[in-house]
Design a protein around this ligand. Structure first.
Ligand SMILES: [Zn+2]
Length: 129
């Protein structure tokens, strides 16, 4: 489609094209031009951008799914490692916890009351529900 420069510009502005996607007749300016071939695209700009965003959404979903799976697998193996360590080092683990509690009795008590103080309303609400 060669451009005839004798044709006034308003004529080109009125030129229309049917979008293959939404089947709407739209002005040429509603279509973008392919950078590879220099031809107008078959879908209008609106369709192309919605196609792009749905593509992005699809990918976000896939990405989230992968992320979820990774975390799940990771959490499983972490749990397993912790459990194994605990079973192999039961005495030590119990000792640690006991020592920690004894050494930090004041601190734990303070933390607990601090936590209660900060979440008083929520705790009350949870209890009453
Ligand atoms: Zn369209």
């Amino acid at each position: 489609m060669g451009v005839d420069f004798s044709t006034p510009l308003w004529y080109y502005n009125k030129m229309e094209k049917v979008c293959k996607k939404c089947k709407d007749t739209k002005k040429l300016e509603e279509f973008s031009i392919r950078s590879d071939s220099g031809n107008y695209r078959h879908s209008c700009k609106v369709c192309i951008s919605s196609q792009r965003s749905s593509f992005r959404l699809d990918n976000i979903e896939r990405f989230k799914e992968n992320d979820r799976r990774y975390h799940k697998e990771n959490a499983e193996s972490k749990k397993k490692t912790t459990r194994e360590w605990y079973l192999n080092n039961k005495e030590q683990a119990l000792g640690y916890a006991k020592n920690y509690r004894e050494e930090n009795r004041e601190l734990i008590r303070k933390n607990d009351s601090q936590f209660y103080e900060n979440n008083k309303e929520r705790i009350k609400k949870e209890k009453s529900e």
